[in-house]
Design a protein around this ligand. Sequence first.
Ligand code: DGJ
Length: 778
Amino acid sequence: MGGQAGVPAMIDAQAARRGVFHIGGPHTSYLFRVSRYGHLEHVYWGPSVATSDADALAVKPPTDGYQVAYADDDATYSLDVLPQEWSGLGKGDYRMPAAELKMPDGSFTTDFRYVDYEVTDGVAPCQDGLPSAHESKHPATTLRIGLADGDVALDLYYTVFACCDVVVRRAVLRNGSGEPVVIRRLMSQLVDLPNRAYDLVTFDGTWAAEAHRHVRPLAPGTYVNESLTGFSSNRHNPAVILATRGASEDHGECFAFNLVYSGNHHTAVELSRRNFVRVVSGINPVGFEWTLAPGEQFETPEAVLAYSRDGFDGLSGVLHAFTRDHILPQDWAEADRPVVVNTWESAMFDVNERTVLAQARAGKRVGAELVVLDDGWFTGRQSDHAGLGDYGVDAKKFPHGLGWLGQRVREQGMRFGIWVEPEMVNPDSALYREHPDWAITAPGRQPSLHRHQLVLDVSREDVRDYLVEKVSAVIDESGAEYVKWDCNRNLTDVPAGDLPHRYILGLYDVLRRIFGPRPHVLLESCASGGNRFDLGMLCFSPQIWASDCTDPVERLAIQDGLSHCYPPSTMGAHVTASPSQQTLRATPLSTRFNVAAFGVLGYEFDLATLSFAGRRDVAAQIAFYKAHRHTLQHGRFRRVPATSPDHVVWTAAGALETVVGHYQTRTRASQPPGVLAIPVLEPTRRYRVTSRPQTIGLDELGHLLAFVLPRWLNPEGVLVRTASRFYRLPDAAETYEATGVALATLAPLPQFEGTADRAHTRLWGDHGSTLYVVEPAS
Ligand code: DGJ
């Protein structure tokens, strides 16, 4: 079974009857079996094999006198060296447990053993409100394994998809006893792998510097990638990769672990004695406690396990396809997203009818499609000190109301979008004055404020009802077709161990109730940028504002990091003013666009101030983006290994074309001739490569104008200043025609180094970049 692309995902039914479970993806096998004492023994995860290979593949556990024997009369069987699919506490396995449960007898010892199995077509979605991977045109199959320890039952679910080498796992615990069970830890998955000298790759950062890739060799001990902020966090994205040492974009085995969850997460990788690697992932057990009353069940979020033998790029291909086909809301998965103009970086809180309509008008002139009224529109919202929680529009700023505004925007040929931050409340708000008890606080403690706000307890039904009613009314009244859902602080003062998880369940309920009946509304999730960039939010929100940092040089690292596990269609990316609001770095308009183009494009500076020449450039950028946006948003994205640490190369391949982005983060004098590798084209086919026409402002060149103009002009003079409003200097145009194999080592034009040959010199400085379109030559 399995083994060939296009073979439907399946579970070997015959073997399952013998207690051997072989789950096949298009190119992979995941194998485990019931051990002689009823535990689930992990056998194999990797390229497709035959079920009958299980005996050859299974690790032959060592037996030493040191380890605890599970049964007195069988020294050869110890849970401490058995590769497993699940493990508890107290039976001789001293590695990280998947569960820490106070059982009905009051002890923490658990020993879940096999009872039965069931195979069903399709997915087995979570029942209690957690989002789940869904089926699409690509079918899925689900295996349920029933385990039990006395009256406490544990079901492990494995769903496999026909389109991609992903196994989705989760656990459901049911208390069939007459006493409560206290859950301190219940992971979504546990897997034991033999050590192949792995590197551990994580995506870490902070505000405005999210998802930077970090690699370290896996060493003895336990490495934990987690969040305790209440959200998936900008500190450590929940996605983790184990890669064989030396893996590159194209080579090496990669195993990815992620969670369909937006709250406190935990993925721990333990390299234990005897060289076993155990990976567990699930809800963070720190501060977590959940009491399961008799008859109740608890479901974990889904864990996503992906595999590729073709390096990081192969893994990204698997995860991008999985996210598109099985996570994103289906109406939006492959839909082209609009080019937006957002008011935040240009107007901040100082928004009003005039500013919104001016941006709509200016946006329309350059080809943008939707104007977003960001923060600052409701009563009392002059700054971040007040107003969150109230949904009345500020009558001074918007005397005609949101319905009128949305209508005027539409009359200008633009669509309307609006910002909200529903989970939060300022103490200085009517809502807080009326319902102070709706904010999360710990009894007897003064709650900590952040950005002058508190968090509403969305685990409460009355709070959820309020939010659903208010946000729905804002959308319906304004006719908004896009909502930016912000969340600008983390949880503190949590009163109980079950609150953070109940909060996330409450959030999903609110999102489902607001956006379920309004599938035409495009939701862009945001949390001070990428503080909640995860597969849970992506089940509701097909795109996420990747970072509050819009400096393109910083964005190269952020989008590059995110791209390992999430496709470009999920990353909101805007062109903003230069110098950057976040770094004071000045960058060319071309590079700001060339980076944002590999995401969902928007503009976030005052388009009404554009000069004639600037407007022409932005209009050309948007026209280019629209012509290639399906490729840029939904094409096969690749990070191409660059030839120097100062360069980044990205490509996006569609059915008929490939768009290439070539970026320089820092220039150096007397550079060696450059090489631009355009990969994965048909070797013998001929292609045409054309650079996107781009320009540089006369004012950006200063005294260097002397090199590029036929005669000297005073760069500070009126003539140059006036001319720069109407004219920008074209960068060198590049066109090549060559075979695919030749384009794997294309030699682009040299860069500016005091030379004046404009036709053959790329006007690249520190942050230069060029986009190219590659099409078959006819
Ligand atoms: C944080 C977001 O990331 C920004 O884009 C903006 O919406 C502000 N909040 C508004 O307060």
